[in-house]
Ligand binder design. Structure first.
Ligand SMILES: Cc1cc2nc3c(=O)[nH]c(=O)nc-3n(C[C@H](O)[C@H](O)[C@H](O)COP(=O)(O)O)c2cc1C
Length: 212
């Protein structure tokens, strides 16, 4: 049985103050999973920046591979560095290194080398002026194309990037070795889902793609 939702179900309650201001109740109702990645760049002082991201998508158009980063905070270092350098690297982690990727959120001071401080290895990208995370199985080196606010004065912007170069681990493209999917492949972010009948909350978690 389908149901209609124009307004927040009255069973929905915030699990922390401001949750439905920061995100949307529709996010927690739909729970559309999105791939997890770490975007890396250099800050103006030459230090490594790393920003864990989801809510993004990837499209091929007229022979170009375009990365649409769905929600970049205007207040973060990533936004600042994209403006300054017009480039970055998209790094895709497997779950064995997720904790270190998450540590970049704490190691977020302007003077921090965020990749190195989090126990990961920084290496220079080949085609853009940005660092890559060596341990990630896929790195996409990108140039900045454009940005747009979600709506007037929105907190975050959509950013479009053009891929210039890809570095990928052979174990991932060989489905007989590790492969791209399943529990050792791409990680998906699943925002805490809510049941509109009961209000029950399932905490944030991660998931993997299972092929039909
Ligand atoms: C699972 C997860 C997903 C995240 N996705 C985003 C995102 O899509 N956009 C964003 O601006 N911040 C996102 N964040 C928060 C940033 O990773 C965090 O604020 C980071 O420290 C900002 O880095 P920066 O100052 O280098 O921009 C996410 C955090 C987590 C734990």
């Amino acid at each position: 049985m389908k149901a209609e939702f124009s307004n927040i179900p009255n069973t929905f309650k915030e699990t922390w103050p401001g949750e439905f201001q920061s995100f949307s109740w529709q996010d927690f109702l739909t729970c559309i999973p999105s791939v997890l990645l770490v975007i890396t760049s250099y800050k103006a002082n030459g230090k490594e920046n790393a920003c864990l991201q989801s809510w993004s998508t990837f499209v091929g158009d007229s022979g170009e591979f375009i990365c649409i980063i769905g929600s970049v905070s205007k207040k973060g270092h990533l936004y600042e560095t994209l403006k300054e350098n017009k480039c970055c690297v998209l790094n895709f982690p497997t779950r064995d290194i997720y904790k270190k990727c998450e540590d970049t959120i704490q190691n977020n001071n302007y003077d921090d080398d965020e990749i190195t401080l989090s126990g990961l290895t920084s290496e220079r990208a080949i085609t853009v002026n940005a660092p890559r995370i060596k341990e990630c199985f896929l790195n996409i080196e990108c140039e900045y194309l454009w940005e747009r606010e979600h709506f007037e004065n929105s907190r975050d912007v959509v950013v479009a990037l053009r891929s210039k170069h890809i570095c990928m681990d052979s174990a991932m493209w060989d489905e007989n070795v590790q492969g791209r999917f399943g529990k050792d492949g791409f990680m998906y972010n699943i925002h805490s889902s809510r049941n509109p009948d009961t209000g029950e909350v399932t905490p944030d978690c991660f998931g993997a793609i299972e092929k039909y």
